[in-house]
Design a protein around this ligand. Structure first.
Ligand code: ZLM
Ligand code: CA
Ligand code: ZN
Length: 393
């Protein structure tokens, strides 16, 4: 294999339930759980498995899901008939109320199992951080940031991130949540709107009425009532189409560096949605694997325990590239792994479209016009700096 050895000092763990990858949202639905299989295949082919603790995770229990989600919602999620089965005539309103069964959040076969597996992996990762067995715990099957207490939203049914953060709060005073998915991390932000123990920072494409979910403007920083300790503890970085690696990495380091200095988190929860990459089927940005990975590398350099989640990502080969590369960053072996995907890698042919040799880092995508001016990005940084004057421990 390659010269990848277990690094001294920091323990990295990988948390997954391979059964999750077998679920289908529907033929043409953009969310493909199979991208997790492709990711794991790259991670294994590069020999990274030997440099991590690997856990096959159990499903989350009803009680675990109930620590955030409402019972009536969970009961319906557990029993709702799949789309192709006869509808429950007693409950026509429940699907509307819980936003289940539309084209974004279909009721597919095994939905409740899929959700419990995603949450199970994220909770397992959080527990390994809590008990000190891991310094960086990776759960690519998690990151479903839109789910609300009693409502599915944007391909997300169970908010595994909120569950994992609640677990982290049992052992750590302060959690910094960072979200680099191209969509606004609204569900996580809302769940912690009234506490100063969790600070949320989301970078996203922002264009209300046009781009989902339409929230996350620069001035949305948590309800500013006099008695709300959570006021000022939500940071939003609204961006336009086509942002580049250089701009994004510069913004990220500036904002996360200053947030870290003010908030002094005890642990980081990082959502790594890969739909912010160039060429994503739903995305709008121009990020390369390197620019996306630079965010993970910067968080790692802060030397704080960290849970890493997946999230969006709708061009499966690019999702696998980014998450395999970021697994390498977590381990610290990114400069040691060869650029060309190993000959023995299963699914290797999936990576051949883009270049003559299938490569890990090179992704193809229609370059999108960059609509982010340097002036606007500077204004965002100014606003965040002002906001951080209200945050301190
Ligand atoms: N229509 N099929 C990101 C979640 C984004 C809401 C507009 C549905 C789609 C999309 C579904 C096969 C994360 C909206 C869209 C068409 C109402 C969204 C099924 C294509 C398809 O071909 C599709 C029939 C579907 C859904 C596109 N949906 C694109 N964008 C967003 C949700 C989730 O990445 O942040 C985290 C995992 N929904 O814009 C509509 C308003 C439904
Ligand atoms: Ca985001
Ligand atoms: Zn997304």
């Amino acid at each position: 294999e390659y010269d990848i050895v277990r690094p001294k000092g920091r323990t990295v763990s990988f948390h997954a339930n391979p059964e999750m990858e077998k679920h289908h949202f529907g033929q043409t639905h953009p969310m493909k759980p199979w991208r997790l299989t492709l990711t794991k295949s790259l991670v294994t082919s590069y020999g990274m498995t030997f440099a991590m603790d690997n856990y096959t995770t159990r499903t989350a229990t009803y009680e675990e899901l109930n620590s955030f989600h409402a019972s009536d919602y969970l009961d319906y999620l557990a029993t709702a008939p799949p789309e192709d089965q006869p509808r429950d005539v007693d409950n026509p309103d429940k699907e509307v109320k819980f936003n289940l069964g539309g084209s974004d959040c279909p009721l597919f076969h095994g939905l409740y199992d899929y959700c419990s597996m995603s949450a199970g992996s994220s909770l397992d990762a959080a527990r390994k951080i809590c008990n000190g067995q891991s310094d960086i715990a990776i759960a690519w099957g998690g990151g479903l940031h839109h789910a609300k207490r009693s409502e599915a939203s944007g391909f997300c049914y169970i908010n595994d991130i909120v569950l994992a953060i609640l677990q982290l709060l049992r052992c750590y005073p302060r959690v910094l949540y960072i979200d680099i998915d191209v969509h606004h991390g609204d569900g996580v932000e809302e769940a912690f709107f009234s506490t100063d123990r969790v600070m949320t920072v989301s970078f996203h494409k922002y264009q209300p009425e046009v781009f989902f979910p339409g929230t996350g403007g620069l001035d949305d920083n948590g309800p500013k009532s006099e008695h709300n300790p959570g006021a000022h503890h939500a940071i939003n970085v609204p961006l336009n189409d086509g942002i580049t690696d250089e701009q994004y990495a510069w913004l990220f380091k500036s904002i996360i560096g200053k947030t870290n200095d003010s908030f002094r988190p005890s642990v980081i929860a990082l959502q790594c949605g890969a739909d912010s990459l160039a060429g994503d089927r739903l995305g709008r940005f121009n990020l390369q694997v390197q620019g996306h990975g630079a965010c993970v590398d910067f968080c790692k350099s802060l030397n704080i325990p960290m849970v890493i989640f997946g999230g969006g990502g709708y061009t499966p080969r690019n999702v696998a590239r980014a998450w395999a590369y970021e697994t390498a960053i977590a381990i610290g072996c990114q400069s040691k792994i060869p650029e060309v995907i190993p000959a023995h890698a299963p699914w290797r042919e999936h990576f051949i479209h883009d270049t003559i040799f299938p490569t890990l880092e090179q992704i193809l995508g229609e370059p999108r016009a960059n609509r982010n001016t340097q002036k606007r990005l500077q204004d965002i940084i100014m606003h965040v700096n002002e906001q951080l004057r209200f945050v301190g421990h």
